[in-house]
Ligand binder design. Structure first.
Ligand code: FAD
Length: 505
């Protein structure tokens, strides 16, 4: 199973690329084309197919290629946007709706695992949030009170599952965890059994309204009544790109010298926070710790983020072996809530699910329920709270938009002279840098064999300048999160095309 980064996540180990059974392009009109084969796309497709609609999942690479393959898969009834923030900005009723949507999402996970007998390490666990100083304690009190008002099952805790000093802790009951790629593969099988079609290596390039929707893909056109962009962020240029900021987070899976694995989910309260859990795979336990989040393209040396996660783990645990380390991307919504529903600026029957923060595994199921209801019943309990066209001017919104508009205007030569490049870029194998060539920026990477790869660093999406991500060996756009390989091939949208390649001669 491939992923949109060079490092291997725990969820790729032992997982072949999904072997789809129904792979012929449908010739008639289908009910729904779901763009994207991550957890959102596959879960939504299954719910719709089981509701009697004919669905196709079109995935540009392979199932779980995106952030689903690089997640840590905690399933929670609370979010990065805490309930006290939601009550302040949206009111108590919306906080209750949000909590209800999270509980329905967790119930759906439980139902799917049991109903389809999916062997994906699903376990129900409690989730601990703990304060380590006075300021965090005060904040925790607010979070606790607001969570109660939202109707979430939460209580104070005397102990926590992590060996650290804490001043106060709360515990959210009946959270859960899964092995995400095994879970998605299990759902995909059920979807196919129910008659659904999964097209991998099938990039959707355009959707046009021609009485019916015509979805142009790299494998041919598909006619459909509805389209859902389950692409984590919709491709192309859309209002929502100015309402979402791309962030990266870092995770490590380690084995311990002792058996000190936490038997629960846990979170500290630093900004960015650390998150912990244990996953058992084939009888072997792994401690998974994540954190060190930053805005995409805003960390000069992404390897250092792993060094800091490792140092953090070592202060609390005796690491036997670092088994996997990986990073991935998520999208922070401007007002704190996800955007699920009709995609603004598109025909009524085009939908989207994005702006998940670090809670997209939970949100994927909220999206599946909401989108299923919108398409099948024409309405959903959660339609208004996650409405994508809402404009909520919360504190920091103006800065948010400004920060996301870091645009450059440059043009360049399509061929660079080798002598100049060598002189300009004193790069070690495996290193990359933006260099100036005749006054213009060039993104240059030297591979392990000493060969240079040069691309135009101007992102084709909104003309921002990409930055190097040395951990995942990709060029990442800080504005809207498009990501490209060393040769400029598109890994992650919203860009629809590659970075321009520059020959070196
Ligand atoms: C390190 C990290 C840890 C996280 N941990 C948690 C957690 O513990 N709990 C939690 O709830 N959330 C967590 N999240 C967030 C969560 O993992 C993601 O929000 C979620 O996986 C997104 O799933 P998705 O299916 O919407 O998108 P993705 O998994 O990104 O899938 C989108 C798919 O769309 C495909 N695609 C894109 N464009 C096209 C196109 N034009 N045509 C066809 N296909 C296309 C891509 O190839 C990709 O496979 C974490 C995120 C990170 C970065």
């Amino acid at each position: 199973m491939k992923r949109d980064g060079a490092m291997q996540s725990l969820w790729q180990v032992g997982m072949d690329v999904y072997n789809a059974k129904n792979i012929s392009l449908p010739t008639g009109v289908v009910d729904v084309v779901i763009v994207g084969g991550g957890i959102t796309g596959v879960t939504t497709a299954l719910l719709l197919q089981k509701s009697g609609l004919q669905c196709v999942v079109a995935e540009a690479h392979n199932l779980c290629f995106g952030t689903t393959g690089g997640t840590t898969a905690h399933l929670n009834t609370f979010f990065d946007t805490s309930y006290n923030e939601v009550i302040k900005d949206f009111g108590e009723l919306d906080a209750q709706l949000m909590a209800a949507s999270a509980r329905q999402a967790l119930n759906l996970f439980k139902h799917n695992v049991a109903e389809y007998n999916i062997d994906c390490g699903y376990e129900e666990k409690d989730g601990y949030l703990y304060a380590q100083d006075k300021e965090q304690w005060d904040e925790l009190e607010e979070i606790y009170k607001a969570s109660k008002k939202a109707g979430v099952e939460v209580m104070y805790a005397d102990t926590i599952p992590i060996p650290v000093q804490f001043t106060k802790a709360i515990v959210y009951k009946a959270q859960a965890q899964i092995h995400p790629s095994k879970y998605v593969y299990g759902l995909a099988r059920e979807f196919e059994k129910a008659g659904g079609v999964i097209m991998q290596n099938c990039t959707v390039t355009k959707v046009e309204e021609k009485g019916i929707l015509v979805v142009e893909t790299s494998a041919g056109d598909i006619k459909t009544k509805n389209v859902i962009y389950a692409t984590h962020i919709p491709p192309g240029v859309n209002l929502l790109h100015f309402r979402n900021a791309p962030y990266r987070s870092y995770a490590m899976a380690v084995t311990l010298e002792d058996d000190n694995y936490p038997d629960a989910l846990a979170y500290d309260m630093y900004d960015p926070y650390h998150y912990y859990r244990t996953q058992t795979i084939d009888g072997k336990k792994y401690l998974i710790v994540g954190g060190e989040d930053h805005k995409t393209g805003h960390e000069e040396n992404t390897d250092h983020c792993f060094t800091r996660v490792e140092a953090h783990i070592r202060t609390h645990y005796n690491i036997d072996k670092i088994v996997n380390q990986w990073s991935s991307q998520y999208f922070e919504p401007s007002d704190g809530l996800a955007y699920i529903g009709h995609l603004p600026g598109n025909p009524e029957n085009v939908y989207v699910a994005t702006g998940y923060s670090g809670n997209g595994i939970t949100y994927s199921h909220i999206a599946a329920i909401t989108l299923r209801d919108l398409i099948v019943k024409g309405d959903s309990d959660f339609k208004e709270i996650y409405e994508p066209s809402r404009i909520k001017m919360v504190a920091g919104f103006a800065n948010f938009v400004k920060e996301n508009a870091d645009v450059v205007k440059e043009f360049f030569a399509k061929r660079l002279a080798m002598e100049k490049i060598t002189a300009l870029a004193d790069l070690a194998p495996g290193e990359a840098r933006l260099v100036k060539y005749d006054g213009k920026s060039v993104a240059l990477y030297k591979d392990e064999d000493g060969k240079f790869h040069a691309v135009n660093p101007v992102c084709p999406h909104a003309k921002c300048l990409v930055g190097w991500n040395n951990a995942e060996k990709s060029w990442d756009c800080p504005c809207h999160g498009s990501r490209f390989s060393v040769n400029g091939e598109l890994l992650t949208g919203p860009a629809r095309s590659d970075l321009e390649r520059i020959d070196i001669g």
